[in-house]
Design a binder for this molecule. Structure first.
Ligand code: TXA
Ligand code: MG
Length: 347
């Protein structure tokens, strides 16, 4: 059915500050270090999406991140450290987590550990756990080494909006509100890290990503997938919120509903609108001649393109019409999760 929905993104709160986009050279890294030490927020490239970083030990700096994003106060942040940081200062490390760190870090895997309570309580929103991530991006690592302290960083988008995969996307959401964006080009992973609960005897995926359930199970023998139970407080609070939503009107069609999607496109055009279709490459070929944002063929390609195309869609389309991709399993678990939620669908 063609029933467009509209999402409104909160506007900027005035342009008091000049936002500089800089490559991570010596001067920029020194400046980033000064900003973080002064309790400011710095956006930085990672291999998944850009992050909005603050000193994890500084209550006021962490609160600033929540305020800038408009993030609900019960949605905890991930703490980022460089590969040589001794994480035993911050968390308890169950034995099997050593194998996961050796196998997957640095990289797009966030691990949730029992916390030792050494960072600001605002980071984990009062939970007794702490999530840690060691990014592989050279820009992120240079930044984390320059500041040499744990950095709390959510994705650098306004809450509920599409995550940023370029420095310009960050500027589109926060220009005038943050002093610095450390530019590392496009984030090649394209979707946020896998979030893995490592507080129990078997690890459990809280958010799917590029490190898949299959890969984790192969490394440590078993891996669960958390499913939220209606009415119960979710283990990963972020998954309870609508997310990744483009700011234009949207419509969604399941696999096998391409004819209905085509009719929806036609009726939007008939009204004088500019519809765009967002779909995988096989569907894009069947929509030849129409305006199409083509996600590509492979799960990795779709992950890398999804957020940039959602942002392009919201800029150009009066109505963005999603057609559910066909592939499932592995990396597609993460891609499908983001795709469905961007269009208000549960996964
Ligand atoms: O790839 C990524 O993970 C990016 C880059 C910047 O590192 N960060 C990111 O952060 O996606 P954010 O804040 O957008 O998403 C963090 C997710 C949320 O769903 C949050 O609820 C969950 O991780 N999370 C963080 N700490 C947690 C904890 N202690 N227990 C359970 N879930 C946690
Ligand atoms: Mg986010």
């Amino acid at each position: 059915m063609c029933s467009p929905t509209r999402t409104t993104i909160r506007g900027s709160r005035g342009n008091a500050m000049k936002t500089q986009i800089m490559p991570a050279d010596e001067r920029a890294l020194r400046y980033a270090g000064e900003l973080i030490a002064a309790g400011e927020v710095v956006a930085f490239h990672t291999e998944t999406v850009y992050g909005l970083g603050a000193d994890a030990a500084n209550d006021e700096a962490v609160k600033k991140v929540f305020a800038l994003k408009g993030r609900p106060a019960d949605n905890p942040l991930i703490v980022h450290v460089h590969p040589d940081y001794d994480i035993s200062q911050l968390v308890e490390t169950p034995a099997y987590t050593q194998i996961l760190r050796e196998r997957f870090l640095p990289g797009p895997l966030t691990m949730v550990y029992p916390s030792k309570g050494r960072v600001s309580p605002y980071v984990s929103c009062g939970l007794d756990t702490l999530s840690l991530r060691v990014p592989s991006s050279p820009v992120a690592q240079a930044f984390l080494r320059a500041v040499d302290r744990p950095i709390a960083a959510p994705s650098a988008n306004r809450s509920k909006h599409v995550s940023p995969v370029t420095a310009q996307h960050v500027a589109d959401d926060f220009s005038g509100e943050i002093p610095l964006i450390l530019d590392g080009g496009a984030s090649r992973g394209g979707i946020e890290s896998t979030v893995l609960d490592c507080t129990g005897s078997v690890p459990q995926i809280l958010r799917a990503g590029l490190v898949t359930r299959e890969m984790i199970a192969a490394a440590v023998g078993d891996c669960g997938v958390y499913r939220a139970v209606r009415g119960e407080k979710p283990k990963s609070p972020g998954m309870a919120y609508k997310h990744y939503a483009p700011s234009c009107r949207t419509a969604f069609f399941a696999r096998g509903e391409e004819d209905a999607a085509r009719r929806c496109y036609g009726s939007e055009e008939g009204r004088g609108g500019t519809p765009y279709l967002l779909c995988d490459h096989a569907a894009a070929q069947r929509f030849a001649g129409l305006r199409v944002l083509d996600l590509g063929d492979s799960p990795e390609e779709m992950a890398a393109k999804l957020y940039a195309l959602l942002r392009e869609g919201e800029r150009r389309a009066t109505l963005l019409i999603a057609v559910e991709p066909h592939l499932t399993g592995g990396v597609m678990d993460g891609v499908r999760n983001r795709f469905m939620r961007a269009f208000g669908r549960e996964t």
